[in-house]
Design a binder for this molecule. Structure first.
Ligand SMILES: [Zn+2]
Length: 520
């Protein structure tokens, strides 16, 4: 049988009367098989009398097959061809395998090759639920007039159904797709690290849906969504995890619906969704009930950040990104922001936490989404008309930018410093991983199809990622958060930005959109 080919390399040292040899054989890996039991054949009630006689004769005449199929009829088990198994499936079959290991415990490597063969027969699932295999392990001395005994042989009963389970098969096919990349193009691809990366997505709108789809394409297995919205009528056409049905009757919760949809695409995923109002600066909380709800949300958000490896900020407001930025810093997580304009996008990988930063190793600490901004985030949804509250963007932007953000994460996972990976102003001086360069800041515009790379150092007085903010958060978490929520300008005090802003106030002229400036 071609299944068990082997090669033997042998050297005969005729001076010393020794033979050295190396033996190489195929050993197919068959995982997920469930063993239902091992029983000694001697104690079983198998009708093997007929088989014993035939086997003895064949062993004596050296015509025995190492793997055979028997079918039970009125006189006992009779040999039959494998084709019969497919033509007339039933539970009356017994596979017999001449095992090279005489020891009753365990079996030789060829057993797995035969299992792979059985699976290749494309049998009905019922047939695979109980597969009895007689592991023939007897010492037989050819030509000796002694009946065959069943002292060592074992009956091995297996459930091969899990192997044919479509969820398992889908998982293997997905993994194979990624393995092909490794085998053909990128031998350095670290598949276990990618698939083991737990991703937390704040926002399950256009960006969250599209990004999740990219991440599962890379074989990422754990994706968690946080959102506080419901699926609205306009969502399904742009947000690839929702359907019209999800938007009816007031709309389903987005986070849970996105997670469930992801599992319909691949049931092997560990995906969950949480409807949480992420506490935000400027979104005032005054009543006792509000405060207690806010602190409860804080607790849940904080636990989620702690339990994941990479955090994506994909919300539609600036202030919603503030707390997750602080938390990603606290727990030293990879943090990537994606934001959209009408025809432009920006992707920023946040720098390392000020507490983990080592100048010799990380060079300059990279900025976060807030580093170029000196103004505390406020409630951007307040006093806005409906058209101002909705994100108005060209539909293709979310696909382009979430695709880039996903690829940036995977590239970053291949750099030894991960979230601490430095960056540079010059493209040719950027750090690289096996997947290419690792920019800090990617900006693109759809009107000219341009993508540009930028670099920004962390701002020591940053309203989100500076030591001032982290220190306050670590020392007086709840009071600090509540103060920031109810008085966003409090962050200016904490970061010593107030004086800077007051000084700047005297030098700046505020312009409205319709102001016309004449320069003579
Ligand atoms: Zn910052």
């Amino acid at each position: 049988m071609d299944l068990n080919v082997f090669e033997l390399a042998m050297f005969a040292n005729l001076k010393k009367y020794t033979f050295n040899y190396r033996f190489v054989a195929n050993a197919l890996k068959v995982e997920g098989v469930k063993t239902l039991g091992w029983t000694p054949v001697a104690g079983s009630k198998l009708a093997l009398e007929l088989l014993a006689g035939t086997l003895k004769q064949e062993i004596d005449g050296c015509t025995v097959e190492p793997f055979m199929l028997l079918r039970l009829d009125s006189s006992g088990y009779q040999r039959c061809p494998f084709t019969q198994l497919m033509a007339a499936p039933s539970q009356d079959y017994l596979f017999v395998l001449l095992d090279t290991i005489n020891n009753p415990d365990g079996h030789g490597i060829f057993a797995h090759n035969y299992l792979a063969f059985i699976l290749s027969l494309d049998l009905p699932k019922d047939q695979l639920k109980r597969v009895p295999i007689l592991m023939f392990k007897e010492f037989v001395i050819r030509g000796l007039e002694r009946p065959l005994e069943w002292n060592r042989s074992m009956l091995w009963e297996l459930d091969l159904k899990p192997m044919m389970d479509e969820k398992t098969l889908a998982g293997e096919a997905i993994d194979l797709n990624i393995k092909l990349m490794k085998w053909r193009l990128l031998p350095e691809l670290d598949i276990p690290t990618i698939s083991g990366t737990r991703c937390l997505l704040f926002g399950s709108g256009t960006l969250g849906c599209q990004l999740a789809r990219c991440l599962i394409g890379w074989g990422i297995k754990k994706i968690t969504f946080v959102d506080n919205g419901k699926v609205s009528y306009s969502n399904p056409v742009r947000q690839s995890l929702y359907t019209f049905e999800d938007s009816t009757l007031g709309g389903k919760n987005k986070a849970e619906t996105a997670a469930a949809a992801l599992k319909t695409i691949f049931p092997g995923l560990d995906s969950e969704g949480y409807t949480i109002n992420v506490p935000m600066p400027g979104h005032f909380v005054t009543t006792e009930a509000d405060i207690s709800r806010t602190l409860e949300s804080l607790e849940r958000v904080e636990r989620l950040v702690e339990e994941h490896d990479a955090v994506f900020l994909l919300m539609d407001s600036r202030e919603a990104r503030w707390l997750p930025t602080v938390l990603a810093n606290k727990y030293q997580k990879i943090c990537i922001t994606v934001a959209l304009g009408f025809d432009s996008y920006v992707i920023i990988r946040h720098g390392i936490s000020p507490r983990s930063f080592v100048p010799e190793k990380h060079r300059e600490r990279l900025g976060c989404y807030f580093c170029n901004d000196v103004l505390a985030p406020v409630n951007s949804m307040k006093d806005r008309t409906l058209d101002q509250q909705c994100t108005v963007t060209r539909p293709g932007l979310s696909f382009v930018s979430s695709g880039l953000a996903c690829e940036l994460l995977v590239a970053l996972l291949h750099h030894p410093l991960r979230e601490g990976c430095p960056a540079n102003e010059k493209k040719e001086k950027l750090e690289e991983s096996e997947l290419g360069i690792l920019p800090h800041h990617i900006r693109g515009t759809m009107s000219d199809f341009a993508t540009n790379l930028y670099y920004g150092r962390a701002f020591d007085q940053c309203i989100a990622c500076s030591e001032h903010v982290l220190g306050q958060y670590l020392s007086r978490r709840e009071q600090f958060l509540l103060e920031v929520i109810n008085n966003p300008k409090y962050i200016h005090e904490v970061t010593n930005l107030r004086e800077l802003l007051e000084a700047a106030d005297h030098q700046c002229i505020e312009l409205e959109d319709d102001d016309v400036l004449f320069v003579s």
